[in-house]
Design a protein. Structure first.
Length: 73
């Protein structure tokens, strides 16, 4: 779900790769952080942490950190 939402938001973001340019870039970055938090917490929120948690945590952290390393101009 996070992957599909990322694609949709990316297509609607106001930046060179955006198809419709409806979402301001700053909002895109905020959504990336929010999706990262959700993805990192999902194993515990949805009750499957005892089976596997580290890929969700790893990708969630990348989603959280990437916007802070992104040039916003």
């Amino acid at each position: 779900m996070v992957g599909a939402l990322t694609i949709i938001v990316s297509l609607l973001t106001d930046y060179p790769l955006g198809a419709r340019r409806l979402v301001p870039f700053r909002i895109h970055l905020v959504l990336d952080v929010a999706m990262g938090v959700l993805l990192a917490a999902s194993p515990w929120l949805f009750g499957f942490a005892e089976r596997i948690w580290w890929p969700h945590m790893l990708v969630g952290i990348i989603y959280i950190v990437a916007p802070f390393l992104t040039r916003r101009t």
